[in-house]
Design a binder for this molecule. Structure first.
Ligand code: SF4
Ligand code: SF4
Length: 255
């Protein structure tokens, strides 16, 4: 009998929310556990099996010297490596440090900043090692995660659409909050995946899934200003979970 593929789940600088999405696949988890050997997943089990691993899921960004060394070891031990979530794919909310002075932040926040050992930046995994697929979101979406796992286990590319949240909105038959109510919404430039969760509840999209493919942030910024948003407001709206994704970074600094 062939051995089951080995799955490993790794954590770097993150809140664990994306790993919890995997644990949240209650109905599918038993079937998944039947198809793979969960070889390393500290959030779920204290047992671990040595690599190499067929598939590694990596959550979190690189924020320390130790992180930058550990991710090299994870890459060497993994046949395929998939990053999950805004921290791993764009540096996360902790990448706000990339726009400021990390030493000043440490001085203001911590009573004894000399004990804080950190890099000046928070960077995505792909800035350090080769990544086979990036799954976006803060947190990631369960359906998309299951599609990625299934695809890698069967040796095919995941079928994940890189269109905008607007397409999901239309599919759900939502009334557009920006057109109908003048509510600022990042949906036109944000990667699909959440199922247009916020607009469905009459809120504008916050951009948790990061930039879609070729986003037109210039046009959206113009519209946000028509709705009364100031330059500072535009900066803030693009600087959240995916602040340092290149397209959102550019939009936040354009003014
Ligand atoms: S992407 Fe969001 S939910 Fe996932 S680990 Fe980072 S902060 Fe948590
Ligand atoms: S509510 Fe937002 S995401 Fe939905 S269609 Fe309008 S702009 Fe697009």
């Amino acid at each position: 009998m062939n051995a089951k593929p080995k799955l490993a789940v790794w954590k770097f600088a993150s809140c664990d929310g994306c790993q919890l999405t995997l644990l949240d696949c209650e109905d599918e988890l038993l079937a998944l556990a039947g198809e793979v050997e969960i070889a390393y997943f500290v959030e779920a089990t204290s047992g671990s099996v040595d690599g190499p691993y067929d598939l590694s899921l990596v959550e979190g960004s690189i924020t320390t010297e130790d992180d930058s060394e550990r991710i090299q070891r994870v890459r060497s031990a993994s046949k395929a490596l998939v990053t999950i979530g805004a921290c791993a794919t764009a540096g996360g909310i902790q990448a706000l440090r990339n726009f400021g002075d990390v030493e000043e932040f440490a001085r203001v926040v911590y009573a004894s900043p000399e004990y804080v050992s950190t890099l000046a930046t928070s960077t995505p995994i792909a800035a350090h090692v080769r990544v086979d697929f990036e799954l976006r979101g803060c947190p990631i979406d369960k359906r998309q995660l299951l599609e990625v796992l299934t695809a890698f286990l069967h040796g095919r590319r995941p079928e994940i659409s890189s269109t905008s949240v607007c397409t999901e909105c239309k599919r759900r038959g939502n009334v557009c909050v920006m057109v109908a109510h003048g509510t600022p919404c990042l949906g036109p430039v944000t990667h699909a995946g959440c199922g247009a969760l916020c607009p469905t509840y009459n809120r504008g999209c916050y951009g948790c899934f990061g930039p879609m493919e070729s986003p037109n942030t210039i046009s959206l910024t113009r519209q946000l200003k028509v709705l009364g948003m100031t330059d500072r407001g535009v900066e803030r709206v693009f600087r959240t979970f995916n602040a340092d994704a290149p397209e959102f970074r550019e939009a936040s600094t354009r003014g």
